[in-house]
Design a protein around this ligand. Structure first.
Ligand SMILES: NC(=O)c1ccc[n+]([C@@H]2O[C@H](COP(=O)([O-])OP(=O)(O)OC[C@H]3O[C@@H](n4cnc5c(N)ncnc54)[C@H](O)[C@@H]3O)[C@@H](O)[C@H]2O)c1
Length: 275
């Protein structure tokens, strides 16, 4: 899809991968509506970009609220008159023992990670189909393709985003609207501080800053720069490529899972990067 002069909506735009996608799309000469639940960070990032001359508009929006997504659509049309690209990127994570994950935490993750994507598609896909041009990027994760322990709710929601994206790509084939499914492994963002945006009634303690170096050790991984993820996204949009796997090791993990599936082997621990 041609990006120059077109309009994009990015959710989860105040931080990490979403913010990097916004910056990349601005470089590609797109106007961008930045949607995020975290008002302060959103205002700060949007003001920084606007003062550098970027055509961006911040909209505070909880993707788990379908009415808020409808308002996001209306605000976008009011401001720019059309929408050509949607990055359904907002997402949250909370590592928990599967059988100890409380119902309210399940609901939070399902509502943000799955329904947030679904509501975005319902609001914006019809506009793109009607204009015969557009591209939708759903941020899933490598965690939507291969599993590990202690992240059951996150895996469940990300597998759902992969399934939804595959189905959507089949459905929209021939309409002029492309679909991509973004499946990164570790990226240097604030995803490990996701509880900062959890509803207060979930009772999480205030989120503490997490050093990405500690996560790298825990995951035996090297965190990718979100700007490199955003570059992969831009290339995929241009080439109308569905899968965006940012890390080589993800291909190996998918291969292992598929082999296990084919021969009926039980799940095995996550493949180490060095294996
Ligand atoms: N960082 C990684 O290692 C990694 C790997 C794979 C996939 N992902 C996915 O990438 C996406 C972006 O996360 P990130 O890593 O940039 O984390 P991040 O925490 O830095 O950014 C996520 C953004 O989403 C916003 N957000 C949270 N809940 C929201 C809601 N209900 N409505 C609107 N906005 C909301 C946050 O305020 C934040 O600005 C997520 O879907 C995440 O699951 C991240």
């Amino acid at each position: 899809m041609e990006m120059n002069g077109r309009v994009a909506v990015v959710t989860g735009a105040a931080s990490g991968i979403g913010l990097a996608i916004v910056e990349r799309l601005v470089e590609e000469k797109m106007s961008v509506v930045m949607a995020d639940i975290e008002a302060e960070a959103l205002t700060q990032q949007a003001e920084r970009l606007i003062s550098a001359g970027a055509p961006v508009t911040p909209v505070v929006c909880d993707v788990a609220d379908s009415d808020a997504i409808q308002q996001l659509k209306e605000k976008t049309l009011e401001t720019y008159g059309a929408v050509h690209l949607l990055a359904n990127n907002a997402g949250v994570a909370s590592g928990q023992v599967n059988y100890k994950t409380p119902p309210a935490v399940w609901r939070w993750m399902v509502e943000v990670n799955i329904l947030g994507v679904a509501y975005g598609i319902s609001a914006f896909a019809p506009l793109m189909i009607e204009q015969g041009e557009g591209h939708i990027i759903n941020t899933a994760s490598e965690a939507g393709l291969a599993s590990s322990a202690l992240l059951g709710a996150y895996h469940a929601t990300k597998y759902a985003v992969v399934g939804l994206s595959e189905s959507l790509a089949l459905e929209l084939s021939g309409t002029g609207v492309g679909v991509s499914c973004l499946c990164p492994e570790l990226v240097a963002t604030r995803i490990f501080e996701s509880t900062r945006n959890a509803p207060a009634e979930l009772g999480f303690p205030p989120a503490q800053p997490v050093a990405i170096g500690d996560i790298e050790q825990w995951m035996q991984s090297t965190a990718m720069d979100p700007r490199d993820v955003a570059a992969d996204v831009a290339h995929a949009v241009r080439a109308n490529r569905f899968w965006i796997l940012t890390h080589q090791v993800s291909h190996q993990r998918v291969r292992h899972r598929n082999e296990d599936l084919e021969v009926g082997r039980n799940p095995r621990p996550r493949l180490d990067r060095t294996e």
